[in-house]
Write a new protein. Structure first.
Length: 116
């Protein structure tokens, strides 16, 4: 099993920045892809960005050029640097890890609130 713990959320004014972290523990050797997802009030959970073990990244169009996903494999931690934040970025941000044979794991989420 894999345990994921997010941190770094908070309240920021529009135009500001936040850096989210996701610490992984457990059967981390089997993790292939990790990613960030978010869920705004009244909306479905959506993809923000993903990163493979090899460092290949993928972003939602809404965050391209503003967010950067990265991972430190030695520290078993994934990051999401969020710049030029907008009120519509307000959501609970979840960390997800997928093992090589497809089993997904989710963190409990961290709340990001952007004030206008």
């Amino acid at each position: 099993q894999v345990q994921l713990v997010e941190s770094g959320g908070g309240l920021v004014q529009a135009g500001g920045s936040l850096r989210l972290s996701c610490a992984a523990s457990g059967s981390i050797f089997s993790i292939n892809v990790m990613g960030w997802y978010r869920q705004a009030p009244g909306k479905q959970r959506e993809l923000v960005a993903t990163i493979t073990t090899g460092g290949k990244t993928n972003y939602a169009d809404s965050v391209k050029g503003r967010f950067t996903i990265s991972r430190d494999n030695a520290k078993n931690t994934m990051f999401l640097q969020m710049n030029t934040l907008k009120p519509e970025d307000t959501a609970v941000y979840y960390c997800k890890a997928v093992q090589s044979y497809g089993m997904p794991y989710w963190g409990k989420g961290t709340l990001v609130t952007i004030s206008s």
